[in-house]
Ligand binder design. Structure first.
Ligand SMILES: CCCCCCCC(=O)SCCNC(=O)CCNC(=O)[C@H](O)C(C)(C)COP(=O)(O)OP(=O)(O)OC[C@H]1O[C@@H](n2cnc3c(N)ncnc32)[C@H](O)[C@@H]1OP(=O)(O)O
Length: 202
């Protein structure tokens, strides 16, 4: 698909088309983890899913989705692991921005994100914080994660979590950002990151 031909209306139509598919795959991942149906039902589901996958592969990109730009100049990253509209692995995060620059996101992390029993995998905590801090540090221009330091104060229970971040300082290409991941009882992970605009685009 040539996204240069996509205007806002068509972009909305495509989102409405793909979101339910992605949500269904997300549900499938959860069901695959938690199902206790009989062996023959598992085999039947496997056959049906293999057929569905083959159908989707009838036409497709030869590599990852990357970033596309629509005719209206809107950048979309539908394969992104944190926010991608077409990525069932993405929780997905929706990030809001306050007038004072605070970025925050509340998201539910279910069985697919488990590390220690009942707790969010540490790498998933890092994914959420990296993205929220990265967006915060990119508010005045795109920056990539140079260094991300995390302090895991206690386990993060699966369920609804909240991430937030603020830029502490900007020094040319470098932005220092601090943030937290929390559950209903308070902060579970503290994060600090240095986000850098590459000298050469990568
Ligand atoms: C809108 C987007 C939201 C995105 C949210 C998600 C964020 C991500 O997941 S990004 C993916 C993960 N990160 C990456 O892949 C980045 C890979 N690394 C790189 O691209 C580069 O090495 C990069 C950008 C970190 C540095 O770029 P480069 O232009 O080579 O930096 P360079 O000129 O050597 O150094 C610039 C300054 O940064 C410092 N620096 C360089 N690398 C690092 C680093 N990794 N950590 C800390 N400081 C660093 C240097 O010491 C130098 O400091 P000073 O100006 O004080 O001398």
């Amino acid at each position: 698909m040539d996204f240069a031909d996509v205007d806002r209306d068509e972009l909305e139509r495509l989102k409405l088309l793909y979101r339910p598919l992605t949500d269904a795959v997300r549900e499938l991942v959860d069901a695959t983890i938690r199902t206790e149906v009989d062996d023959d039902v598992i085999r039947e589901a496997h056959t049906e899913l293999t057929d569905v996958t083959a159908t989707l592969r009838d036409a497709g990109l030869s590599g990852p989705f990357g970033t596309k730009v629509t005719g209206d100049g809107i950048s979309i990253a539908w394969g992104n692991a944190a926010v991608g509209t077409r990525n069932a692995i993405a929780p997905p995060l929706t990030i809001e921005v306050d007038d004072d620059g605070r970025h925050h996101s509340t998201v539910t992390l279910g069985a697919a994100y488990e590390g220690p029993p009942g707790l969010v995998h540490g790498g998933v905590c890092a994914l959420v914080l990296d993205h929220v801090l990265g967006m915060t540090g990119s508010a005045d221009g795109r920056r990539l994660t140079g260094t991300l330091t995390l302090k895991y104060l206690r386990g993060t229970p699966l369920g609804t979590v909240h991430a937030e971040a603020r830029t502490i300082s900007v020094d040319g290409r470098k932005a220092t950002v601090r943030g937290t991941l929390s559950d209903a009882d308070g902060v579970t992970v503290e994060a600090e990151g240095l986000f850098i605009t590459p000298a050469s685009r990568n």
